[in-house]
Design a protein around this ligand. Structure first.
Ligand SMILES: C[C@H]1O[C@@H](n2cnc3c(N)ncnc32)[C@H](O)[C@@H]1O
Length: 232
């Protein structure tokens, strides 16, 4: 598989900043409430990879709309989501990475929703993209797992919510976009990868979350995304 064009999506400005800064020959396109930056990254092979990066906002609908818009706009060979998530796995520490081997929705009856294409009840990041990400993280010395990510339309904090998410999804990390991105990518037959750096242990309440600085973790995920582009 040659990755000539790659679309990268984040939910927050901090999650996209480093990726946008790594692009050369940048142009901007506005549409569908998005500001899309297009540019190139020089790969180790000497080739250039065309990249489109945008911030789509938080939540499943924003993520789905953004993914479809980027696919229609740039016809990418891969879609990568780069961002932060709450850890549900005690083996993981803040700033470790979970790759979305499996992605499941919270609060969605997939027996019904999953009847439409691609006709599955859960979603998966592309194995070739996962392998590139693992090589990149070995090189960068980042602790990581390929695990299960749960995606829902609410911030998960506190023991009760955490227990419910773990019981229903068996997830290692929880966030608000990943499953929607991979779901929409699968409808379009585009390989996708979800990268999440752990920003919290799902114990931080929403008021605190607004105050605490997520830039460091957002940047870890973004540096990984750029390293993957350089391997393409
Ligand atoms: C709040 C933003 O950060 C991510 N995020 C980080 N931590 C959590 C958590 N504990 N629960 C839900 N989403 C989280 C979401 O994906 C959203 O974009």
């Amino acid at each position: 598989m040659t990755f000539k064009t790659v679309a990268i999506i984040s939910a927050l400005d901090e999650e996209a900043a480093h990726i946008a800064d790594s692009l050369d020959d940048v142009t901007a396109v506005d549409g569908a409430s998005l500001n899309v930056l297009r540019g190139t990254v020089k790969a180790h092979s000497g080739r250039t990879v065309d990249v489109a990066v945008t911030v789509g906002g938080m939540g499943l609908v924003n993520a789905a709309a953004t993914t479809q818009y980027l696919i229609d706009l740039v016809h990418p060979d891969a879609v990568i989501f780069s961002g932060i998530a709450g850890s549900l796995n005690p083996e993981l520490h803040i700033n470790d990475i979970v790759l979305g081997g499996t992605l499941r929705y919270l609060d969605t009856d997939m027996r019904l929703v999953g009847q439409w294409k691609p006709g599955t009840e859960e979603f998966h990041s592309d194995p070739a993209l996962i392998e590139m990400a693992e090589d990149a993280m070995d090189e960068m010395g980042i602790k990581h797992i390929v695990g299960t990510i749960a995606s829902g339309n609410y911030f998960v904090d506190g023991e009760e919510k955490v227990a419910e998410v773990i019981n229903t999804t068996h997830a290692d990390a929880v966030e608000m976009e990943g499953a929607a991105v991979v779901h929409v990518a699968a409808r379009n037959d585009v390989p996708a990868l979800v990268i999440r750096a752990m920003s919290d242990n799902a114990d931080t309440d929403y008021e605190e979350f607004k105050d605490f600085d997520v830039s460091e973790y957002a940047d870890t995920a973004a540096r990984l995304a750029v390293n993957i582009l350089e391997r393409m």
